[in-house]
Design a protein around this ligand. Structure first.
Ligand code: FER
Length: 254
């Protein structure tokens, strides 16, 4: 797994534009690259975080530089928040409830507003979803509930909680069966999942058994499931940025 060049973390001469888009009592942030883009990523923060967790200088500078030097194609990025603004409990049980409901909010509010604002009707083959930790849990929920909306899934350092909190670790076979059934129920649409984690990550004991169990369904999760493990990788944004440095060229090839 390639490391991020240090120079990518500094400001870039051709920065993208960040806008705030309001809906109801909430908002999301939209990154529009400096060159025309034909695809869009929905990128979700971890537990306790918000819209600004990913949209900080190191990450956005990296994206600007990757586009500028031709490591990836231009890409819109949407950074929403899965918590209700009134929510004060950001512990895993409360976050788990919020992310289970979040695909409906993406479908009904966030995607329509992002599409209207960009003036681009991206179809599912050009729409991707990713997230860190609880955002990865949300990404797995999107696969379960909204396969029609996204073709590409990048869960970063987090498992699927359909069988309960950290259920990918406690109930790996049941979790894999649920994912497989959801794929069938939603019409066996084409998809690609690339899961990323470190072997020193606190979520590794939850995700790793789930991925192994998914491998028991080669018809559903054969070539369509990729899994990358970073030796020594920890459960933190700095490491997550590195996964995205390697993953973004896969979803936005030049
Ligand atoms: C995991 C998925 C999500 C995990 C932790 C989380 C430890 C989130 C924790 C939090 O938001 O505090 O597999 O494993």
């Amino acid at each position: 797994m390639k490391a991020i060049p240090e120079s990518h973390l500094l400001p870039c001469a051709t920065p993208g534009k960040i806008e705030r888009l309001d809906y109801g009592n909430k908002y999301f942030l939209l990154y529009t690259p400096s060159a025309p883009a034909d695809r869009i990523l929905y990128l979700i923060h971890g537990g306790g975080g918000d819209q600004h967790a990913f949209f900080c200088p190191p990450f956005l500078n990296m994206v600007d530089h990757m586009i500028a030097v031709g490591e990836m194609a231009p890409l819109y990025i949407v950074s929403p928040c899965f918590y209700d603004p009134a929510e004060t409990d950001k512990t895993p049980p409360s976050s788990g409830v919020a992310v289970a409901k979040f695909p409906a909010e993406l479908r009904e509010e966030i995607i329509p507003l992002a599409q209207a604002h960009t003036g681009r009707a991206f179809d599912r083959s050009r729409r991707f979803i990713s997230g860190f930790s609880m955002g990865a849990v949300a990404t797995w929920y999107a696969f379960l509930q909204a396969l029609d909306l996204f073709e590409g899934y990048l869960p970063l350092s987090g498992d699927c909680w359909i069988m309960g909190e950290k259920g990918g670790g406690s109930h790996p076979r049941e979790t894999a069966a649920q994912l497989m059934e959801a794929w069938k129920r939603q019409g066996r649409l084409p998809f690609h999942i690339h899961a990323w984690i470190g072997d020193a990550d606190i979520a590794f004991p939850n995700l790793d058994p789930q991925i192994r169990a998914m491998r028991e369904y080669p018809d559903a999760f054969g070539e369509r499931l990729e899994y990358s493990v970073l030796p020594g990788g920890l459960h933190e944004y700095e490491v997550i940025f590195r996964y995205l440095y390697n993953a973004l060229p896969e979803i936005a090839p030049v």
